[in-house]
Design a binder for this molecule. Structure first.
Ligand code: SF4
Length: 241
């Protein structure tokens, strides 16, 4: 790809994530929950991938989580207790919200995040919206304000494939930021910004033989890993828990 074509791609991508999402109501729609992972944030953490994303970054690694259908529908207050208990039992020190787009379901994820903080566990969130947009929208939207208020560590901004970030962990492109919104992970964020740190890719093989991959790696590393694995199986299918 030429430099010119790359910069045009970046310009077109500056509109990604600039429209405030509508307020989500009803049940939380999520795709996957892990009680413990070491690839989705600092230390050992639970992680929940929500189903549905309005940002649509070209090159997103989870396009099967864009659709606002499929996944599991659950009452947010009820699932919070179960996820906190599962995270604690697995020795996790926090939860990471990713997807999918957590702030598209801010009203439903805010109580989940608050439950983790109340239990003394930290909350990390990924968003394709920038912090600047989120804070501006939060002035008129108590759901976005509530989720921001219950987030300790935020990775924000759309994924721009033309700007790969190989220095910092967790994120995919250099336009994205890693922000400590509280003191919970402020030292780690400072260290990562100053020294960088490689990406982590975690591969889990379930008892059913299904291979789950999470974390972050280069396109080439993922292509090599996926070469023999065949078609991905995590297509949206609706369940009610
Ligand atoms: S915000 Fe995240 S889930 Fe949504 S399209 Fe971008 S990279 Fe994919």
């Amino acid at each position: 790809m030429s430099v010119h074509a790359q910069s045009r791609g970046v310009e077109a991508s500056t509109l990604l994530g600039t429209t405030c999402p509508p307020r989500a109501t009803g049940a939380l729609r999520w795709s996957r929950f892990l009680p413990a992972t070491e690839a989705e944030g600092p230390g050992r953490r639970a992680a929940v991938w929500v189903q549905g994303c309005r940002v649509h970054c070209p090159g997103c690694f989870n396009p099967q989580m864009w659709a606002p259908r499929g996944g599991t529908l659950t009452d947010a207050d009820e699932i919070s207790e179960r996820w906190v208990a599962a995270a604690r039992a697995a020795g996790s020190t926090g939860i990471t919200l990713l997807g999918g787009e957590p702030f598209d379901q801010a009203l439903l994820l805010a109580p989940v995040a608050a439950a983790f903080q109340a239990a003394g566990l930290s909350v990390m969130a990924f968003s394709g919206y920038t912090f600047e947009h989120l804070t501006r929208w939060a002035e008129g939207r108590d759901d976005i304000a509530a989720l921001l208020a219950s987030t300790d560590l935020l990775c924000d901004g759309p994924f721009l494939r033309a700007l790969p970030d190989t220095r910092r962990p967790w994120i995919g492109s250099t336009n994205q930021s890693i922000r400590a919104l509280t003191s919970a992970h402020a030292d780690e964020v400072r260290r990562v910004d100053a020294e960088g740190r490689g990406d982590t890719l975690e591969v889990r093989v379930g008892a059913d033989g299904i291979v789950h991959v999470n974390g972050w790696a280069s396109d080439a590393a993922l292509a090599a890993l996926f070469y023999d694995l065949g078609v991905r199986a995590d297509r949206p299918q609706e369940r009610v828990a």
